[in-house]
Ligand binder design. Structure first.
Ligand SMILES: [Fe+2]
Ligand SMILES: [Fe+2]
Length: 181
């Protein structure tokens, strides 16, 4: 039996979190396995990158907003992969090499994100470096979905896939709560 809910606070943010927690407790939020969750992140990031690609040096405000979004998505995605998903794959021979390569690709993407964050968004240099970021992320996603995930599906049991999905979902929810607080 779950403990009774505390009275709602007037704070809108808390209301939000409570609603999500309550939905989650009732099983209303669809549970995703590790691959479904990561693939959903990839799709979201892919769409954001495409939208940024369509902005110009004159559309700085839009560019900045979208970049802030994609950076926080990618930072969190990399964090859950590196702390939860990749460690489960490092141990197995079939997935070790590709996982070690993936950490390195993350390193390059993070470096580009940090550089792009501090560069002026209305320069041609920003546009050029952003293209490099987009290509790097797309290549990395292709390698994960095309090579790493198929290998990982053989290494991880169905139960592992579910458990890792749940752990990553919880880590994301925790981060979202901390951000709103
Ligand atoms: Fe990924
Ligand atoms: Fe990755």
């Amino acid at each position: 039996m779950a403990p009774p809910l505390q009275p709602l606070s007037a704070n809108e943010n808390n209301l939000d979190i409570r609603a999500i927690t309550e939905q989650s407790r009732k099983g209303m939020v669809k549970k995703m396995n590790a691959f479904e969750l990561l693939k959903a992140d990839h799709d979201k990031v892919g769409k954001l990158l495409k939208r940024i690609d369509e902005t110009t040096e004159r559309g700085v405000k839009t560019r900045e907003d979208l970049f802030t979004q994609v950076k926080s998505e990618l930072d969190l995605h990399a964090q859950i992969e590196e702390t939860i998903f990749y460690p489960a794959l490092e141990e197995a021979d079939a997935t070790r090499d590709i996982t070690l390569e993936a950490y390195e690709e993350h390193r390059i993407v993070k470096q580009l994100l940090t550089e792009l964050e501090s560069m002026s968004k209305d320069s041609e240099e920003w546009t050029a470096r952003f293209s490099v970021l987009k290509e790097n992320v797309e290549h990395h996603v292709e390698e994960e979905e095309g090579e790493m995930f198929p290998k990982a599906k053989k290494v991880l049991s169905k139960e592992d896939q579910e458990t890792l999905g749940t752990r990553m979902e919880e880590a994301k929810a925790k981060k979202a709560q901390a951000k709103r607080a």
